[in-house]
Design a binder for this molecule. Structure first.
Ligand code: SAM
Length: 243
């Protein structure tokens, strides 16, 4: 997977991505990251890339030409037209399903806005997907791009050490994950559930599934509507009304 990020703040993207698990994946060659500084494509002698909005109003707008040239500098090197994701509070809200879908791509281009956003005309020309990370407004698209790149990266083969980790995470099957415990067995008087110490693999798996079902029902009942439930799961939920 190759990520190309069009941004005014390439350091923020590089610093955020090239640490921890994603940084290790870049070092191993499982992922690559290219940042493109939109300011390098300024058509203004003062290196400006923003201007006042037509019609008046507060703030500045990123101009179409530098954004388009930054995009073309990437697109010219790719054999196929890539998906171009504009980070925007007006976009489709990102979720695990979208992460799974994006993880199938070979290349992804992220476009990060700033100020009041980007001239609509260039968005119409180059953007394939407008994506939001939630119903709130941030100062720029860099954090949203990092969020999406992180969620996509950890689904790619070899990025996580333990292949099972992604498989049982929250939102797999549209269920939240069961609670996790580590050593010691007793911490400040609180004991680890006995079943986890039993060594009985099948019982542990069933307990975890049931905890996932209960958590999802109690915390995010909306997810249950589209969760992949077995007949056994449905019977458990019907019986567990009081839990
Ligand atoms: N005026 C714009 C509007 O109301 O839709 C908001 C602009 S915002 C201050 C600046 C940039 O931050 C946007 O162009 C976008 O790239 C990014 N951004 C802000 N909130 C976001 C969110 N929830 N999801 C994705 N990107 C976001």
């Amino acid at each position: 997977m190759k990520f190309h990020v069009l941004t005014l703040f390439p350091d923020m993207i590089r610093d955020g991505f090239q640490t921890s698990i994603t940084g290790r994946a870049v070092e191993k060659g499982l992922l690559s990251l290219e940042t493109v500084n939109i300011r390098d494509f300024s058509v203004n002698k003062h290196n400006r890339v923003d201007d006042y909005p037509y019609g008046g109003g507060a703030g500045m707008v990123m101009q179409a030409e530098p954004v388009c040239r930054a995009y073309e500098s990437v697109a010219a090197r790719l054999s196929a037209a890539p998906r171009v994701l504009y980070m925007s509070p007006q976009g489709k809200v990102f979720d695990q399903r979208m992460a799974e879908e994006l993880a199938k791509e070979q290349e992804l281009v992220f476009l990060c806005g700033h100020y009041e956003g980007i001239d609509e005309r260039v968005l119409e020309e180059i953007v394939t997907d407008e994506v939001s990370i939630g119903d709130y407004v941030l100062t720029g698209g860099e954090l949203p791009a990092l969020v999406i790149m992180d969620a996509v990266s950890r689904l790619l083969d070899g990025v996580l050490h333990n292949e099972e980790s992604a498989e049982f995470d929250s939102f797999h099957d549209n269920l939240l994950e069961y609670p996790q415990y580590s050593r010691p067995e007793e911490w400040r008087g609180k004991k680890v559930p006995a079943i986890l110490l039993s060594g009985h693999h099948a019982n542990v798996e069933r307990w975890r599934r049931e905890q996932s079902l209960l958590r999802t029902r109690n915390r995010r009942p909306d997810l249950l509507e589209t969760a992949n439930l077995t007949e056994e799961d449905k019977k458990f939920l019907a019986k567990a009304e009081d839990l």
